[in-house]
Design a binder for this molecule. Structure first.
Ligand SMILES: Nc1ncnc2c1ncn2[C@@H]1O[C@H](COP(=O)(O)OP(=O)(O)OP(=O)(O)O)[C@@H](O)[C@H]1O
Ligand SMILES: [Mg+2]
Length: 494
């Protein structure tokens, strides 16, 4: 425990002279600096353990003199290090007791020494219990950022960041780490432009349970739907061309009514559905006739049925829907919707089926203003409700979403709010900063203006503490757009 408090960085000292328990203002030693988002600690007043505090703002102070301005104007910048003081404003995060994070409720006294915690102490304070994946390091330490898999899968995640900041690379790293670290994984990746065509991804998926690529031209199987017995009857009668007076129709109707009275709420629209009804038909020749009609209606050969997406997901670690061959956005949206719909219906009814869904550039799939989106209004009218449903109830039905977007404000607000519980924010545009600030509940969000690429702020429930953490993301593999820009194509780089 002793070496937790190895490095002293400063002392609690308030300019105003008041000291509370939530917030602590610090004066830094001359040779120390701290950055926004960094974790520091003080000694617990009665126990030999650290109480963590986090830097919300770091700044320099230098008293101004009346002649400063005039001297600077005249080009006389006299550096005067003696006058400069480093300051930091921190908020208390708390200390751990029996696995629970608690807060110190007494004021943090003046002149309390403030330390930079040892990496081990920080890791043990932040890292979640149970299985986790490690996505990078906590800046500026080499402590790994481990996120609880259970939480990630229970909530999914939203990735935001401006152009070229590292969103797709993070999704790629996440998928690779899930593939490698989770037993029997199943991922559905919706990739509109082939950004995730990657040998590394393909080989890794193959090694850990199978890889299947689906194109926009791949025909999907129509999933059998279930319907109420009377609707089933109506459908059957319409497709068989039976009049309502026909004996077969009347028999079927009577059975449908009887089933509803018995409390049967749905029958599968398939041969199997018919097979559950036939034994209830008394007359042998009506039964024979219905059998023949049914054979005609449910006759598709399996190959005509197209690809069964649920089976594809179940029998592979990664199903990669690569829509780079699509001829328009409606095709992409409609196909994605069909796949999501089928997987969701399965996940809801079958507790052995589950899939993590990854969608990059999600503002194209669930835009805040559908009339400004890439696909037609009709396509979005059908897609957005599915996305909303999965964003809210997907995770608890074994279907979490992992989505990324350039612009927080361009994604359907309901979805971004829902998914904002677990957020990775790379450098964002100024217009999204306030929204990010409110999602994160901390000024640390403002550091998202300055983050270099590959750096993000993580805030969510997959750590022991629900405070933002700045993370340097591991790059596991290149996404396809790397090295495909115009200057590279022209060979213009030296
Ligand atoms: N964690 C990282 N470490 C090192 N390099 C990275 C990291 N993340 C991204 N990069 C590099 O930054 C560039 C942009 O990354 P990426 O394509 O993932 O960003 P993006 O936010 O998805 O961009 P776009 O908005 O164009 O889709 C790439 O060259 C990538 O290799
Ligand atoms: Mg990208």
């Amino acid at each position: 425990m002793v070496n937790i408090f190895r490095e002293i960085v400063g002392y609690v000292h308030s300019t105003e002279g008041s000291y509370g328990s939530d917030r602590a203002e610090i004066t830094l030693l001359a040779n120390k600096s701290v950055h926004r988002g960094e974790y520091l600690c003080i000694k617990h007043p009665t126990e030999d353990k650290p109480v963590f505090i986090q830097v919300e703002a770091a700044f320099m102070k230098r008293p101004s003199s009346s002649y400063d301005e005039k001297m600077l104007r005249d080009g006389d910048a006299v550096q005067d290090p003696e006058k400069m003081v480093g300051k930091a404003v921190c908020w208390q995060v708390g200390y751990e007791e029996n696995g629970v994070v608690k807060s110190l409720l007494t004021p943090i006294p003046p002149l309390t020494p403030v330390y930079r915690p040892s990496p081990e102490a920080l890791a043990s304070f932040i890292s979640p219990e149970g299985p986790s994946i490690s996505l990078g390091t906590i800046y500026p330490t080499d402590v790994r950022l481990n996120l609880s898999l259970k939480t990630l899968f229970r909530q999914g995640a939203l990735v935001v960041g401006g152009v070229g900041t590292g969103k797709s690379t993070l999704l790629m790293s996440m998928m690779l780490k899930i593939l490698k670290n989770v037993r029997n994984p199943h991922i559905l990746l919706i990739d509109w432009d082939g950004e995730f065509r990657s040998d590394v991804l393909e080989k890794t998926a193959q090694e850990y349970g199978g890889y299947m690529r689906i194109a926009a031209s791949t025909k999907l199987a129509r999933k059998e739907k279930s319907m109420s017995p009377v609707n089933w009857y109506n459908n059957f009668r319409a497709l068989a061309g039976l009049s309502g007076n026909a004996r077969e129709a009347r028999t079927l109707y009577a059975i449908a009514k009887k089933l509803e009275e018995m409390g049967v709420s749905s029958i599968e629209w398939s041969q199997q559905g018919l097979d559950t009804i036939l034994p209830m038909v008394e007359s042998e020749d009506v039964k024979k006739r219905l059998e023949d009609l049914g054979r005609n209606i449910f006759r598709h050969a399996p190959e005509e049925n197209g690809l069964d997406i649920v089976e594809a997901v179940r029998s592979n670690a990664l199903v990669h829907a690569d829509f780079s061959d699509a001829s328009n956005w409606d095709e992409i949206i409609n196909k994605s919707r069909e796949m999501l719909d089928a997987c969701y219906a399965k996940a809801r009814t079958d507790p052995t089926f589950g899939v993590a869904v990854f969608i990059d550039e999600v503002h194209n799939f669930a835009p805040q203003s559908p009339h400004e989106g890439a696909a037609s209004r009709e396509a979005y009218d059908m897609m957005i409700p599915v996305m909303k449903l999965i964003a809210t109830t997907g995770p608890r039905n074994g279907m979490p979403l992992f989505i990324a977007t350039q612009r927080l404000s361009e994604v359907d607000k309901f979805i971004s709010t829902q998914m904002g519980q677990n957020i990775f924010a790379f450098r964002v545009e100024d217009v999204d900063l306030e929204r990010l600030r409110s999602i994160m509940g901390s000024d640390i969000a403002y550091s998202a203006r300055l983050l270099p690429r590959g750096y993000c702020i993580y805030k969510g429930h997959a750590l022991k503490i629900q405070r933002p953490v700045i993370c340097v993301v591991d790059k596991e593999a290149d996404v396809a757009s790397v090295g495909k820009d115009l200057l590279t194509r022209w060979g213009s780089y030296p």
